[in-house]
Design a protein around this ligand. Structure first.
Ligand SMILES: [Zn+2]
Length: 300
C-alpha cells in the first residue's frame, strides 16, 4: 500500500514538473538519434517500393484535321497547344510499354507520366501529329486497324489527310522513328455489325468466339511481322468494347496491356500487372479548347 502511494506521488510530481518533462523528451530524442543508424531501414524502403503507385492520364485522339473539329477530330493547332500545356504542367510522355515495364516491377516512371494515344491509323497522324510530336519532344501510342492499312497499301488511295489510312510502309517508318509505338486494334473487327467490335455473337459458343478473335488479331500481328518487321503487346479494344474473357484470350496471344474507352485517370501499382487489364483513356473531344479540355478532365 505504501509502495503504491510512492509510485503515484512520483508520477504526480513528474506530470507537474515542466523541467523534468523537457529532460525526458531530450533524452528520448538523443536515444533515437544515436541508435537510428542501427535500425533495419532497408526493409522499410523495400516495403515502400512494393506499394508504389502512379497516376497516369492517357489522352485519346483519332483524326487531326485543319478543316473540321468533332468528338473524334481535333485540329493540329489544338493538338500542339495540348502538348504545350502538358509540358507546362510538367508532364513527360511515355509509351504503353513503359507502363508495362512499371507494372511488372522492371522500371520506374517519370514523376508525371502521360500517354498520348491515337486510334485507327489515320494518314493525318503521319502528316500532322508526327512532325508536332517530334518538334515538341513527345512520343505517342498508335493503334491501327489492319484492313484499313491493307486497303491503303494495295489501292494506292493513301495520301489524303481527310480520309486515308496509313500504309504498312508508313507504319514501319513510324515504329522505327522512336516517336510512335504501334498497337493492335484488330484486323477487321472495327465494325458495328455483325458484331460490335470484338463482342461475342449470340450464336457463338466460347470456343468459336475464342477462335474468331484469335484469328483476326493474329492476322494483324502477321502483317506487322511480315510487312513492318515488329510485333506488339499492346491491344486497343475497338469502340472500347470487351468481353469478360477477352483479356484472358488476348493475354494468351502475348498481349500485356489493354486500352479501353472508359474515361478517367489510371492509378497504376508498381509490380501489379493487373493494373494493365483495363486502361482508361480520356477522349480528346475536338470541339473543346485546350484549357476547357484540361479543366473538365482534371488534368493538372
Ligand atoms: Zn477505333
Amino acid at each position: 500500500m505504501k509502495k503504491k502511494l510512492i509510485f503515484v506521488d512520483f508520477f504526480a510530481i513528474f506530470a507537474n514538473n515542466i523541467a523534468m518533462k523537457k529532460f525526458f523528451a531530450f533524452a528520448i530524442m538523443l536515444l533515437i538519434s544515436i541508435t537510428a543508424p542501427y535500425f533495419p531501414t532497408q526493409n522499410y524502403s523495400l516495403l515502400h517500393a512494393e506499394t508504389q503507385t502512379c497516376e497516369v492520364p492517357i489522352i485519346m485522339y483519332h483524326s487531326l484535321l485543319k478543316s473540321k473539329q468533332s468528338q473524334y477530330i481535333t485540329s493540329p493547332d489544338n493538338f500542339k497547344r495540348d502538348l504545350q500545356k502538358l509540358k507546362d504542367l510538367g508532364y513527360q510522355s511515355v509509351f504503353v510499354q513503359d507502363l508495362i515495364n512499371y507494372c511488372k516491377g522492371k522500371a520506374d516512371l517519370p514523376k508525371k507520366p502521360v500517354v498520348i494515344s491515337f486510334d485507327d491509323g489515320h494518314y493525318n497522324n503521319y502528316t500532322y501529329a508526327y512532325p508536332i510530336l517530334k518538334e515538341m519532344g513527345f512520343k505517342a501510342n498508335l493503334n491501327v486497324v489492319g484492313c484499313y492499312c491493307e486497303f491503303s497499301t494495295t489501292s494506292g488511295d493513301c495520301d489524303n489527310p481527310n480520309y486515308s489510312y496509313l500504309t504498312w510502309q508508313e507504319i514501319k517508318q513510324l515504329q522505327n522513328s522512336g516517336v510512335f509505338e504501334i498497337g493492335n486494334h484488330t484486323y477487321s473487327m472495327h465494325k458495328y455489325s455483325p458484331r460490335f467490335g470484338i463482342s461475342k455473337l449470340a450464336c457463338e459458343d466460347e470456343a468459336a468466339y475464342k477462335e474468331s478473335l484469335t484469328k483476326d488479331v493474329l492476322r494483324l500481328e502477321d502483317k506487322f511481322k511480315n510487312e513492318c518487321g515488329f510485333s506488339t503487346n499492346v491491344f486497343a479494344y475497338p469502340f472500347g468494347k470487351y468481353e469478360k474473357n477477352s483479356g484472358e484470350i488476348l493475354s494468351q496471344l502475348g498481349f500485356e496491356a489493354f486500352l479501353t474507352c472508359n474515361e478517367g485517370i489510371n492509378k497504376l501499382t508498381k509490380g501489379d500487372a493487373k493494373s494493365l487489364s483495363l486502361l482508361k483513356r480520356i477522349n480528346r473531344t475536338g470541339t473543346l479548347s485546350t484549357e476547357e479540355f484540361f479543366r473538365q478532365n482534371k488534368i493538372n
